[in-house]
Design a protein around this ligand. Sequence first.
Ligand code: XUL
Ligand code: CO
Length: 431
Amino acid sequence: MTRFFDDIAPVTFDPSADALAFRHYNADEMLGGKSMRDHLRFAVCYWHNFVWEGNDPFGGQTFQRPWFPADTMDQAKAKADVAFEMFRLLDVPFWCFHDHDIRPEGDSLAESHKRLNEMADYAMAKMQDGGPKLLWGTANMFSNRRYMSGASTNPDPDVFAYCASTVKACLDVTHRLGGENYVLWGGREGYETLLNTDLDRELHQMGRFLQMVVEYKHKIGFKGAILIEPKPQEPTKHQYDFDVATVYGFLKRFGLENEVKVNVEQGHAILAGHSFEHELAMARTLGIFGSIDMNRNDYQSGWDTDQFPNNVPEVALAYYEVLKAGGFTTGGTNFDAKLRRQSLDPMDLIAAHVGAMDVCARGLKAAHAMLEDDALEGPRRARYASWEKAGHLHPGKTLEDVAAYAEAAALNPQPVSGRQEILENIVNRYV
Ligand code: XUL
Ligand code: CO
């Protein structure tokens, strides 16, 4: 036990409690033959909670944590003690990490790997002692200055090789910890200016890198999914994994569309000019839906604000797409969300997650009910019903065949209402 969360008791489901409690997330409650725990598959991330110091572009550290700066192995272990204590207080089934979150970087690549493995052992003991499972691991190939011009897309082939070693080590550790996925987010895979960028070469480097990762995953028998996390910009001006559709085109080009899926993040969808549900629907339609990073972006700032979710109607439409995709298999709901920098207290960390878990539970319940009642699918089917009877238009018919039909029948199609407001009213009854 650390003293960090001293006065805070494990959080339980109790809608009538005065104190901190889950009011909607009841882990064991069944929805359509599956518990809420298994539907939502919550994960807490390491980086925003235990690594980020509260800085913004104009100001430095605001949080004071006993493990800061975690630049020694002892401090990294003290940090892990607190992290696993928080996972236990929230009773989340999963956690997620970057290599850089759990170990201080060494003076050499070999020393960094050694420390990563030592910290993985430390985490493993806690996982085996009733701790959460690992939803995914990933490598931080964006913070250190060596990545300023790209990770696998760097003009310097030695950086490409350094990344190969880093991902290999992280994938090994993720595999060893029983991780259910491995994530690649390319924050530096893109360009600042086309004036100094060989776009064609960089895209080929990235494609080759991903092929190597997939090949290695099979070699070591890692059964989890490889996930790309799309984001259009920030920190790089233009990132190659812009959005789900762009990632799909990239995977097709390199023959990886059956090997790699996507981890869709709410804030990244907003930055790409989409809604969260658009990105999820696209992933489902293209057959590459994997997992979600749940958070909430500020709609005005244009920055990636990584706030905790607090908008039930929006979250309901997101889980609606997750359920339509068949629910999570290896994926889950990772809270890639951070406190506001004025929220200084340990209690703020807990309250933020409790609120977010409740928001997700409400969204899931609404989504599940809308599907059960056929509230949206019924009208959607009706809208396209004439296609079921339109045998004369089915694949195999030529443009001439179809034109001849239109001309012979002297078609003059009459528009029908799309009923958007009526459908919005229906959604409003559930949320
Ligand atoms: C950055 C982001 C990352 C990834 C993992 O915007 O979302 O934290 O989730 O590298
Ligand atoms: Co993310």
